[in-house]
Ligand binder design. Structure first.
Ligand SMILES: [Zn+2]
Length: 147
């Protein structure tokens, strides 16, 4: 009967950069699979927050800060809800002079130029989007194809 394999047995020799890269890449795929149910639950929460706002600026900011922390950990972003836009965006909650003392804004770049879209006192629809490699690189993450 074969001995049950410990995870470290499946990595192979790790002698070349290619073997090592592939082992790390496999680990990342495994991590992505583990995180999938977290992403599903996060979207369920966001579906219930979109279109609402909480009663205070601090409350809205607190919820948003925790959301942004999670998005960063999961390498996810939010889809800008401005009609026809749909870019991955950062969401902010800022003080405002309007009827509500705060507003939400999507912020993202298009060809290097900064755009602010939405600007409403309620959370917009919150739709998770996966960041592409180029977006991750901008955040200082290396993406690997070299061997
Ligand atoms: Zn936009």
């Amino acid at each position: 009967m074969p001995k049950p394999q410990r995870p470290s047995d499946s990595f192979g020799p790790l002698e070349t950069s290619k073997q090592t890269f592939e082992a790390l890449n496999g680990l990342e795929s495994h991590l992505d699979q583990l995180l999938e149910p977290v992403k599903v639950d996060l979207q369920k929460i966001l579906d219930r927050v979109g279109g609402r706002s909480f009663s205070s600026f601090q409350g809205n900011r607190r919820v948003l800060r925790q959301l942004l922390r999670l998005l960063d950990r999961l390498n996810l972003s939010l889809e800008c809800q401005y009609p026809g836009c749909g870019k991955p965006a950062r969401l902010w909650c800022l003080t405002s002079k309007g009827s509500k003392p705060w507003k939400f804004e999507f912020e993202h770049r298009i060809e290097g130029k900064l755009f602010r879209h939405y600007c409403e006192p309620k959370f917009p629809l919150l739709k998770l989007v996966r960041l592409k490699d180029e977006d991750l690189q901008r955040r200082g993450r290396p993406s690997g194809n070299e061997s």
